[in-house]
Design a protein around this ligand. Sequence first.
Ligand SMILES: Cc1cc2nc3c(=O)[nH]c(=O)nc-3n(C[C@H](O)[C@H](O)[C@H](O)COP(=O)(O)O)c2cc1C
Length: 209
Amino acid sequence: MKVLLVNGSPRKNGNTAAALSAVERELHAEGIETVTVHVGAAEIRGCMACGGCRKTPDGLCVFDKDPVNECLRLMAECDGLVIGSPVYYSGIAGTMKSFLDRFFYCGGGKLCAYKPVAGVVALRRSGGVDTFHQMNNYFNLANALIVPSFYWNAIHGSAPGEAVQDEEGIHIMENIGRNMAWMLKTLDYAKEAVPVPEKRPRAYTNFIR
Ligand SMILES: Cc1cc2nc3c(=O)[nH]c(=O)nc-3n(C[C@H](O)[C@H](O)[C@H](O)COP(=O)(O)O)c2cc1C
């Protein structure tokens, strides 16, 4: 079993990385493989709403020069996903927001459905819960299984690496790793006996017709 970790901070070894590492440690301790992609320092443009990903059989984005398609391909081989972002102005950092809009619009519903997922955020002081909720918005629309912890998934620190001193934050992250490993193993154990729910036709309205 394998989990994709996406680091959305421009700082490769900053506090978001510390949060992801704590999750990863526990996944490894439970025998789960991981693959990490650092997207936060890449040039990632926002979704152009061109619908190109709806027209190709592989569902990839028409922009192929940034990590979005690489991560979509990796997600197809992975059983779980953890996304991490620093908090910028009480929200997901801009580059990561562009990544997530395109990643989920292209393949989120298909590739993350019924897989355990978690979002983690790093921040100095305020806006952690808002940002965490923004991440869960992607997961909810993808039929993904949001891994719980005992508090909202935020870790505190300012300078790179400071977050390792946030003892409770580290414990939250480690708990996510343990809960995700448990969910992965439970789902794997049950997969023959309990298939995922059948996909039924759904309404798609815009409230005026
Ligand atoms: C442009 C910018 C905006 C920020 N906005 C916030 C904020 O709204 N709330 C907060 O607590 N910290 C804010 N911070 C601080 C970062 O969230 C904090 O330093 C975090 O630990 C960075 O994570 P990283 O080391 O993974 O990059 C901001 C930092 C920058 C550069």
